[in-house]
Design a protein around this ligand. Structure first.
Ligand SMILES: N[C@@H](CCC(=O)NCCCC(=O)O)C(=O)O
Length: 256
């Protein structure tokens, strides 16, 4: 059977799975809202089960984009030279071990990459930055965690962020301040070198960054644009830009 040409199919976007126990058994999974967001971007989501650093290049060879989801799990503190302060909080060492090396490789290829919440934190760590393990305990910083409640309550707008002028995000939006939801206990402590701040909260916490001089689309946000994205103009613009970048990448000569 004739294989469809790359340009006649939707761009394939890798979505690294989270590793969670369900009862006594380990599962690998991704939240439906993230998968729906990749589809809304006009791309074909492919959930990737736990992989390994030595498989990353082969995985990226088959992809036209990478979408890093949020997760209740934290990036292990050893990846940024610290010890874990609260062992009771969930971790996902399996995801750490193959997604952290994937991020710089995807960026180096110019492969479009969009990271959300944990995905935002993973990218900062993967590129040499560090995290506050408990933002709410830092003097001068607010509590960015979602309280208890229904999903609609937890993912409701929680605060505004200042979109930094003349950046990638500013170019996508037509508002200098936007309302965002907030469901994170960790956050940027030291921003990795070579990253450009794209948005900041009023307490000064970095809420979005891009990669200076990146060959392709590379945007990472601390909030959740995937939440009810179809009815959120800011989310729609972010996802549309990511999708366009994946389509452009797909249409590029593989040698470029
Ligand atoms: N665990 C980190 C990252 C938080 C995060 O990704 N929250 C989203 C969880 C649920 C979802 O997938 O939407 C932190 O606490 O900072």
């Amino acid at each position: 059977m004739k294989q469809p040409s790359k340009k006649s199919r939707k761009p394939l976007v890798l979505v690294p799975a989270c590793n969670r126990m369900m009862g006594d058994h380990p599962f690998q999974m991704a939240g439906k809202k993230y998968i729906d967001a990749v589809r809304l971007a006009g791309c074909l989501p492919l959930i990737v089960p736990s992989s390994s650093a030595d498989e990353v290049d082969e995985l990226l060879d088959h992809a036209e984009g990478v979408f890093l989801t949020g997760s209740k799990s934290n990036v292990h503190a050893s990846h940024y030279g610290e010890t874990t302060r609260d062992e009771s909080l969930p971790q996902d060492r399996v995801r750490d071990d193959w997604v952290l090396p994937l991020i710089p490789k995807a960026i180096a290829r110019g492969l479009p990459i969009l990271g959300i919440c944990r995905g935002f934190q993973e990218a900062n760590v993967a590129l040499g930055g560090s995290l506050h393990q408990a933002v709410q305990e830092q003097p001068g910083l607010a509590d960015h965690r979602a309280g208890p409640g229904t999903p609609d309550e937890q993912y409701a707008f929680a605060h505004e962020v200042d979109v930094q002028a003349d950046g990638l995000l500013a170019g996508l939006l037509d508002a200098p301040r936007i309302r965002v939801n907030s469901l994170h206990g960790q956050g940027i402590k030291r921003l990795a070198e070579g990253l450009r701040i794209e948005a900041k909260a009023d307490d000064g916490l970095v809420e979005a960054f891009s990669v200076e001089g990146a060959r392709g689309f590379a945007l990472f946000v601390q909030w959740h644009p995937e939440w009810q994205a179809a009815s959120n103009p800011v989310s729609q613009r972010i996802l549309a830009a990511f999708g366009r970048a994946c389509m452009d990448y797909q249409g590029r000569d593989p040698e470029t």
